[in-house]
Design a binder for this molecule. Structure first.
Ligand SMILES: Cc1cc2nc3c(=O)[nH]c(=O)nc-3n(C[C@H](O)[C@H](O)[C@H](O)COP(=O)(O)O)c2cc1C
Length: 348
């Protein structure tokens, strides 16, 4: 038995305990429950309460519905979404994660290109408009690639960070509109940004872990997309170091990135409306934003690399935010790439 809220994993070896615990999925008066079942003992129940797997209903709450479960922040999470979030990130679970090749003994890797469907294919090569020169957008797309090593002697400058954030992530329009719940629904506020977002939720926030940047002190910052400003956040130096060196490891780089952009989600902004698909929508939004960051960085001669892992507990420590309220869902390493002229030994 486990819970995204608990730093504990219980192995249940006795089916009687499993049955007794299953009965706790609906509210029970403990005295009657123990008399009828005779088990489990108070010690186990106390342990489960300490781990926040078991909740004591608040005085007067008898319905056992989610708002009375003890943590209002959890009300907006679907069960599978919270489990997915905590299991696909680091910090609140102990399973190894990442490129483990767990199934390499069982089967060969799938080919990079799918085998063609049978039947007569319509050749698009001859159908494409005969362009004389690729458009600026096609050229930008073609130039985009991941850059993992950065030029230590030539750090990114604050002006470039400002341009990148302005291009990719600033708030460019704000409005309120009635929700589509019907007449009784509340007004909902919106703040659109340059990239598309499921339901126009724009739940993603950018935090910058800065290692080296000309004109900006090393530290941790929130990007205020509305005011187009960076706000410093007091984080413990060892957490900042850990965040940057984990990113270095994740991209197999030879040093920490000049800046690590941490993409965090205000989960409730999406799950207030969407059931069952909220977390998957957020991850799709992250992909959209990652590509936008790639293109905006490439456009101004900077380099970057998306990162698939992040530590949700460290972010909670650095920001003081509850992991279930706002937390990281993606990362992007950013800096000035090493060019052939700045380091002839590494053309990668
Ligand atoms: C969602 C996502 C996660 C990624 N995670 C990592 C990562 O953790 N480490 C890494 O080195 N590259 C990561 N990448 C970069 C890919 O390895 C890279 O895009 C791919 O090899 C294609 O190369 P290109 O970007 O240069 O075209 C990620 C890319 C995406 C889109």
């Amino acid at each position: 038995m486990e819970s995204p809220r608990a730093g504990a994993l219980f192995r249940i070896a006795d089916p009687k305990i499993a049955a007794a615990l299953a009965a706790l999925s609906t509210p029970q008066k403990i005295s009657r429950y123990r008399k009828e079942r005779g088990f489990p003992g108070l010690e186990l129940l106390g342990l489960l309460m300490d781990c926040q797997i078991l909740f004591k209903l608040r005085e007067g709450d008898t319905d056992g519905l989610r708002p009375s479960e003890g943590d209002p922040n959890l009300v907006l999470w679907d069960f599978h979404d919270l489990l997915f979030h905590t299991h696909s990130t680091e910090g609140r679970q102990a399973n190894p994660l990442g490129g483990l090749y767990s199934y390499s003994d069982l089967m060969a890797p799938l080919p990079a290109v799918r085998s063609p469907w049978p039947g007569q294919a319509i050749d698009l090569n001859s159908a494409s408009a005969a362009a004389t020169a690729p458009s600026p957008f096609a050229t930008l797309l073609d130039a985009r690639h991941s850059i993992r090593d950065f030029d230590d002697g030539h750090p990114i400058a604050l002006g470039e960070v400002a341009t990148l954030l302005q291009t990719a992530a600033r708030v460019r329009a704000k409005w309120t509109a009635p929700s589509d719940m019907g007449e009784d629904g509340p007004e909902v506020s919106y703040a659109a940004r340059p990239y598309p977002s499921g339901g126009a939720a724009y739940e993603l926030e950018l935090y910058l872990a800065v290692n080296t940047c000309e004109g900006l002190a090393r530290g941790f910052y929130h990007y205020d997309a509305d005011r187009h400003a960076l706000t410093p956040i007091e984080a413990r130096p060892q957490d900042l170091d850990g965040q940057l060196s984990d990113a270095e490891f994740a991209i197999g780089a030879s040093g920490v990135p000049q800046i690590l952009i941490v993409i965090a989600a205000r989960f409730g902004r999406v799950s207030w409306k969407y059931s069952s698909v909220a977390y998957s929508l957020i991850l799709k939004d992250v992909g959209v934003l990652m590509q936008t960051l790639y293109l905006a960085a490439t456009d101004i001669g900077l380099g970057g690399c998306a990162i698939g892992t992040n530590n949700i507990d460290r972010f909670a420590r650095m920001t003081g935010l509850e992991f279930s309220v706002e937390g990281p869902v993606g990362q992007f390493a950013l800096g000035r790439g090493i060019t052939p002229s700045s380091d002839d030994s590494d053309l990668g």
